[in-house]
Design a protein around this ligand. Structure first.
Ligand code: FAD
Ligand code: UDP
Length: 392
């Protein structure tokens, strides 16, 4: 008998498994249909012995001291500040757009004050900023928007920025100084021995059992548990009752080159050329020394594993129907990027999972103090198992 069945061994599922097992002495079964733990953050040594991220580059950054301290229980860190170059007009220039980007692109020698004026002269007036196009044209104008954002976004999402919520391109700031870091968060670091090692340490506990290569549908009728934590796609859980929620997918093409270093930055973005959006050189992220180097190319796809929820008003509306249903489903808790349909970074998922843990424990404490014990065949377990969906 497990206290919790956790579907998905990514950040959401693993944080909850760790907390419930070590802090609340709960017996937890965590299942994942993949052959490994760590979800999309999974990394491994490839055939050449280079540490690579199977599902694209994962760079840890957060402003949350709590999240950083929590993860520090399971890993040491390698300080790392991420920098990206964009290939535009035959040049490699800093992205996010900053003072050096403008000077290099236009052959100018502006200072911070002058570049601010330059951007102001380019910016379009947008009364209400709603879309991902609005965000950019209102800050840097149409020309820079077209050079850096329009085509990248069309490629990445299969949608024009004018069709996407402002939150998407708002992830990338504009700067008038020379700061060329991709993120400005207080904590920026990579797990010293990789993400998978960190997850192994999180899940190393006698109260935690792990089943890989297992779709939860295949075991749900056979393994007794009290409550479920679900971190997969929420629409799939409810058999697409209200229709499919769109997710954007990617194909990752990995390559190892017989050279020590290949790119001018850890990541190079290609807004206007090629079918891929960006190339990543893993050794730049991990600091690994090796005579060869491994890269990954990201090719956006409509079909395939769900990686990105698509921030559009109609999708938010559809999700709200699933959310209502999820909130009304007793004994099942939905958490994580796919289960709450949010374009969340790793740290946000960790924070969300820690919040759910708090809620669950508060609930348990309340239940044990206020409610009479559940006995015999009226057990809550029977009800939940019957209520949970099966493949048939
Ligand atoms: P996931 O990691 O997706 O875990 C869900 C798990 O559930 C999966 O392993 C899946 O196999 C399993 N599952 C689903 N359905 C079932 C089922 N029916 N039965 C059993 N198991 C099931 N974030 C950052 O902070 N920094 C970055 O640089 C960054 N880069 C990214 C790059 C890419 C290309 C992508 C796609 C994401 C990136 N992210 C980044 C986001 C990060 O990957 C997520 O925030 C985080 O991994 C989400 O964790 P999760 O547990 O919610 O979901
Ligand atoms: N973006 C862009 N050009 C770039 C980088 C980003 O147009 O050179 C837009 C694009 O829509 C992208 C979004 O900004 O999907 C968010 O970028 P981020 O690098 O945060 O994407 P992620 O790492 O989540 O794929």
């Amino acid at each position: 008998m497990f206290d919790y069945l956790i579907v998905g061994a990514g950040f959401a599922g693993s944080v909850l498994a760790e907390r419930l097992a070590t802090r609340s002495n709960k017996k937890v079964l965590i299942v994942d249909k993949r052959s490994h733990i760590a979800g999309n953050a999974y990394d491994h040594y490839n055939e050449e012995g280079i540490l690579v991220h199977k599902y694209g580059p994962h760079i840890f950054h957060t402003n949350s001291k709590d999240v950083f301290e929590y993860l520090s229980n399971f890993t040491d860190w390698r300080p790392y500040e991420h920098r990206v170059l964009a290939s535009v007009d035959g040049q490699l220039v800093p992205m996010p757009i900053n003072l050096d980007t403008i000077n290099k692109l236009y052959g100018l020698n502006l200072n911070s004050f002058e570049v601010e004026q330059f951007l102001e002269s380019q910016a379009e007036e947008v009364p209400v900023i709603r879309t991902s196009e609005d965000v950019v044209v209102s800050k840097v104008g149409r020309q820079l928007y077209e050079k850096f954002f329009r085509n990248y976004t069309r490629k990445q999402w299969g949608l024009d920025p004018s069709e996407l919520d402002k939150s998407v391109t708002s992830r990338v700031p504009t700067r008038t100084n020379r700061d060329d870091r991709y993120f400005t968060d207080t904590y920026q670091a990579m797990p010293l021995h990789g993400y998978t090692r960190m997850f192994e340490r999180m899940l190393e506990h006698p109260n935690i059992s792990i089943m890989l290569n297992t779709d939860y549908h295949d075991i749900i009728d056979f393994i007794p548990f009290k409550e479920m934590i679900f971190t997969g796609p929420v629409d799939e859980y409810f058999d697409f009752k209200f229709g499919k929620l769109p997710y954007r997918s990617l194909e990752f093409k990995h390559e190892t080159l017989n050279t020590e270093n290949a790119l001018a930055a850890a990541v190079v973005n290609y807004p206007n050329d090629n079918l891929y959006t960006r190339i990543t050189e893993f050794k730049a992220l991990t600091g690994q020394k090796h005579p060869k180097t491994s890269l990954v190319y990201e090719y956006p796809k409509a079909e395939g594993d769900p990686y990105y929820p698509v921030p559009q008003p109609q999708n938010a509306e559809l999700y709200s129907k699933y959310k209502k249903l999820a909130d009304e489903t007793p004994g099942v808790h939905f958490v994580g990027r796919l289960a709450t349909y949010r374009y969340y970074n790793m740290d946000q998922v960790v924070a969300q999972a820690l919040t759910l843990y708090k809620k669950l424990t508060e609930k348990t404490e309340e239940a044990t103090t206020k409610l009479p014990p559940i006995t015999g065949s009226t057990s809550i377990i029977d009800k939940i198992v019957k209520r949970a969906p099966s493949k048939e």
